[in-house]
Design a protein around this ligand. Structure first.
Ligand code: FEO
Length: 390
């Protein structure tokens, strides 16, 4: 696929609509794009390659767009194979091209491409520049967004930020869908652990007069950039984006789910406008992670199981912990038929998270929810509502 971002800057990335799981774990119902860009000037720079899955289609589009010109520089923002997967093939076509990357990326290349990998390389560091003619690339390191070798590039003449994985999203470019939904799911699952490095990058970006953002996944952003920057600031500072209660439920036979839905009704009846119930056994885990971060409060509702908590909940909390879930208020609802253990297990996992407050009371139901349980559910709902953000 090729289109113009400006007279000199062209998109030459590809959509991958047949991938089963991105990074072997995230469903991508609308595919994903691997973005790549060309800058034409006295010198020609290619900004990243794509996943090897799409090499043939990508190379065809690239060669058509090059129109006979050669690539002088291959700028490698990020060495993860969804972007670096075609470097070796590209260098066979353009053996005189110079790879421009951080020293760390250059040092890692033989790990991926073999010890006999040889290329002309230019290691760049913070604020180094590279003139292509009229265009000048300024390199800005972005370690841990979301690998250590990452850098972004700011083209000073057209004020374009080539942003690596930042501001990326799931979904092919051909998909017509809301940006925030799939960008949020991408952010929290892939970059979520690295809030502080993203904050650092946003601080560096605030010193630049950015007019266009060219990420490595998802659409080119050239309007209303404040919207995207504000969302990234919210997400990376671990602040809730929306007021609401997310009820994550792990139910073996449905009784815990019934209790979760009853709690949702109680919350709504008390005036809570946004309550979302998700069945962890059946809904996309990545979407559940996204919703946990999105809202300011969460209820963990789970069955007891093998002396602990039903495993979909254990799995969910393991994911949340890995993604540095923090700064939220949480309620616990457990179900147990002879020796309830879910509450104790969930509490132990949540207490290891940073700045998470567990409200009183924990609700315990025995096998199924009964009218006698409503008083404690009402009390939990009151405590959750009192803890809501304004
Ligand atoms: Fe899109 Fe971190 O690779």
């Amino acid at each position: 696929m090729s289109f113009s971002i400006s007279e000199a800057v062209k998109y030459v990335g590809v959509d991958d609509t047949e991938l089963d799981l991105f990074e072997s774990q995230y469903i991508v119902p609308n595919g994903i794009s691997y973005n790549s860009y060309l800058i034409f000037d006295e010198k020609v720079a290619l900004m990243d390659t794509v996943d090897a899955r799409m090499a043939d289609e990508w190379l065809k589009g690239l060669m058509d767009t090059l129109g006979g010109r050669a690539i002088d520089y291959l700028v490698v923002s990020h060495l993860e194979p969804d972007h670096a997967g075609c470097i070796v093939r590209l260098l066979k076509l353009f053996p005189d091209a110079t790879i421009v990357a951080t020293a760390k990326a250059i040092a890692m290349m033989p790990q991926f491409f073999g010890e006999d990998f040889r290329a002309s390389t230019m290691a760049v560091k913070e604020n180094d520049t590279l003139s292509l003619g009229v265009h000048t690339l300024q390199f800005i390191t972005a370690p841990m967004v979301h690998w250590p070798e990452v850098m972004v590039s700011f083209e000073q003449t057209e004020k374009i930020l080539f942003a690596a994985d930042a501001f990326g999203k799931f979904g092919a470019l051909s998909a017509e869908e809301d940006w925030a939904c799939e960008a949020r799911r991408y952010y929290f699952n892939i970059v979520g652990k690295y809030g502080a490095p993203v904050q650092m990058l946003l601080k560096k970006a605030s010193a630049l007069d950015i007019r266009t953002i060219c990420p490595l996944h998802g659409p080119v952003l050239d309007e209303n950039l404040g919207y995207y920057l504000d969302l990234y600031n919210t997400w990376s500072s671990y602040k809730p984006e929306n007021k609401g209660v997310f009820i994550a439920c792990a139910s073996v036979h449905g009784n815990t789910l019934t209790a979760a839905e009853r709690l949702a009704e109680i919350l709504r009846a008390k005036g809570e406008e946004k309550v979302v119930v998700s069945d962890l056994s059946r809904e996309d885990m990545a979407e559940c992670i996204e919703d946990a971060f999105r809202y300011d409060r969460m209820v963990l509702a789970a069955a007891s199981y093998d002396g602990g908590v039903f495993l979909p909940m254990h799995d969910f909390l393991t994911h949340l912990s890995a993604k540095a879930y923090q700064n939220r208020t949480v309620g616990l609802l457990e179900n147990g038929s002879w020796a309830p253990s879910a509450g104790r297990t969930m509490r132990g996992l949540v207490e290891n998270m940073k700045n998470v407050t567990i409200v009183d009371p924990t609700v315990t139901i025995v096998s199924s929810v009964k009218e006698a349980d409503i008083a404690s559910m009402e009390a939990m709902a009151d405590a959750l509502i009192a803890a809501g953000i304004n």
